[in-house]
Design a protein around this ligand. Sequence first.
Ligand SMILES: Cc1cc2nc3c(=O)[nH]c(=O)nc-3n(C[C@H](O)[C@H](O)[C@H](O)COP(=O)(O)O)c2cc1C
Length: 266
Amino acid sequence: MDKVNTILFYFTGTGNSLKAARELAQELGAAELRPIARLINRGGPILANADRIGIICPVYAWGLPLIVLQFIQQLSLDQSSYIFGLVTCGGFAAATLKQLDRLLRQKGLKLSAGFSLRFPGNYTPLYGAIPEKQQKELFSKAHLRLKQIAGIVREGRMARIESNFFLVNLLFSGLIYRQGISRFPAGDRDFWLNDKCSGCGICARVCPVNNIEIKEGRPSWQHHCQRCLACLHWCPEEAVECGKTTQGRRRYRHPEITLEDIIQQK
Ligand SMILES: Cc1cc2nc3c(=O)[nH]c(=O)nc-3n(C[C@H](O)[C@H](O)[C@H](O)COP(=O)(O)O)c2cc1C
């Protein structure tokens, strides 16, 4: 296998992590983007040969998405690779990057740096999308930070694995994550359709893990959900709801990421 300079593995539901990966790739020059969902759907070991490896994904319940856990299990890398993590979140990441480092260490690998980056939050069961002006402010801050991160990565420098205080990590990444994440796959029973569903099937096309089947023109969730909320946010009719709180709440998609980009990640 030919060695490339930098490989950026990414997973995304609403585009923030893909946008971060793209900006970083642009800053770094010779960098290749590889979608985690496509690699997982193919099955088998995931091999990569590069000087620098990045793992870029959202924070879910103050930890890593389940698909990223599976990805790390299947990942096979040279132990000398410079590996960094970059997680996007709406608030804070707690010990998500420490979790990533711990999982890599179980395979004889480790993180050389771990960065967390704030983007607009997309967890509609708790809140609606923030106003566009605030979104733009977050995008410009993220843009500047990504330039700094690119500088660190380009030089292959060691940097702090960012995290919060011990007690915050214990509560959020320890207790809440452990309780919450295992409920995600079957938690898709929370999804339901309001009367705007046109049966277009976009929800099934954007689902990164093919968890949605269209039966008689209606989506049906198959209980191996990541809870990325792509189905809810990319529905052109805003017909997908989750639980009792999402009705009437503003949806969110990164403005520079297209429907096709999301479909293409698998
Ligand atoms: C299931 C789920 C859980 C989330 N949990 C957290 C969280 O614990 N902390 C946080 O700051 N943001 C959380 N978020 C918000 C996302 O991490 C954030 O919006 C991220 O940038 C989305 O990335 P994406 O656009 O690449 O999918 C959560 C979002 C989802 C869908």
